[in-house]
Design a protein around this ligand. Structure first.
Ligand code: FAD
Length: 324
């Protein structure tokens, strides 16, 4: 699988892929190989072993210092040509979504994008790649019987990483296919990093999420107050993002982020399938909705039927006084 690193820091989804890779490899009596690209990144290999890689194919070259499409495509393509894997996985990050289709076209195989489930078919031993289709109304399971590798991108936050294995050492295979600058190579002139002091909702342990039922951007203050009182972060449904009340980077769901917090408050969220796809793995779901037949109550562990404008301030006050 493709290991994404930026500034020599491995992106979380790559560890999740290694965890899933372990499970798939065991079913196939095969090995997990991490493909690590970059410049001066060899120091990451043992960490990849501790998260489940049996072997690391390391392509270390100055041309791979920062991500650009052409050299990365050339490198992954060359690795696939040399090692001929049965399965090749990418994280469905911005980089993975740019790289995977190019690689799949170059090696002439299919690509199932944005998978939420991967498993091995007991009989055929093919990879069953499942993803939402037709606007999320059905889950489609896709097979790639005729071409290799079977390729998929996987959404961050969906698969689970394994607990790190202490002291694991990677078997490293260094490989360099050679890079020749040509007119397809994009030159990165400057990198301007987005500075944000916000916590990524994918890392938050407690999320207070609001939907159309919150009613206005100002009313999100009720959610922020609760989040502050319990050390959580505010998230939202797509309806709130589309209404311009909240930023896209806190959207939960099929076209937003997949989250697994310890506690997820769904406030004024109906529970559409596309929203559930991003949060139903949360440990404890607390739903507040004035409609007792809202589908969110089907997945909620605790359901409160009522007006969030009344319930949220009471809850926040209670938490503040009880836990002050
Ligand atoms: P609504 O469905 O309008 O629900 C509002 C809820 O608030 C209702 O249940 C109502 O009873 C309740 N309510 C109203 N007032 C109050 C009050 N005062 N107190 C308590 N409850 C109240 N959606 C996502 O969230 N994330 C996605 O990533 C996503 N991706 C999508 C991708 C595709 C391809 C498509 C087609 C749709 C996608 N959607 C996504 C949209 C999704 O189908 C729903 O339209 C959306 O989730 C609805 O958001 P909502 O629950 O906030 O709003």
């Amino acid at each position: 699988m493709f290991i994404q690193q930026i500034d020599a820091k491995v992106t979380g989804v790559s560890y999740e892929l290694l965890g899933k890779g372990r499970e798939l490899a065991e079913k196939l009596n095969s090995d997990v190989t991490a493909v690590l690209l970059g410049h001066n990144v060899g120091g990451l290999c043992d960490k990849l072993a501790s998260f489940g890689a049996d072997k690391v194919v390391l392509v270390d070259d100055a041309a791979l210092e920062t991500y650009t499409t052409e050299p990365y495509t050339h490198a992954v393509h060359s690795v696939i040509e040399k090692y001929k894997p049965e399965i090749f996985l990418f994280g469905a990050t911005a980089i993975g979504r740019d790289l995977a289709p190019r690689v799949s076209a170059r090696v002439h195989t299919g690509l199932t994008a944005d998978c939420t489930k991967l498993e091995i078919d007991e009989e055929s031993k093919l990879l069953r790649m499942t993803r939402p289709a037709f606007g999320g109304n059905i889950m489609a399971t896709i097979l790639c019987p005729d071409f290799r590798p079977q390729m998929a991108t996987v959404r961050p936050g969906v698969m689970k990483k394994i607990l790190p294995i202490e002291g694991a050492k990677a078997v490293v295979d260094e490989f360099n296919p050679g890079f020749e600058l040509n007119n397809k190579y994009v030159e990165v002139v400057e990198i301007i990093k987005k500075v944000s002091n916000k916590v990524d909702i994918m890392d938050a342990k407690i999320l207070v999420s609001g939907g159309r039922g919150v009613g206005s951007p100002e009313n999100f203050k009720l959610l922020k107050d609760l989040a502050d009182a319990i050390g959580g972060e505010v998230a939202s449904s797509r309806a709130s993002v589309d209404a311009g009340w909240t930023e896209k980077d806190i959207q939960v769901g099929q076209t937003g982020k997949t989250v697994r917090p310890s506690v997820y408050f769904a406030c004024g969220i109906s529970g559409a399938i596309q929203h559930l796809a991003g949060m139903e793995e949360s440990d404890l779901i607390i739903a507040i909705n004035k409609d007792e037949s809202a589908p969110i109550f089907d997945v909620a562990d605790v359901g409160i039927v009522g007006d969030l404008n009344k319930i949220l301030p009471i809850l926040t006050e209670k938490i503040k006084t009880e836990f002050a």
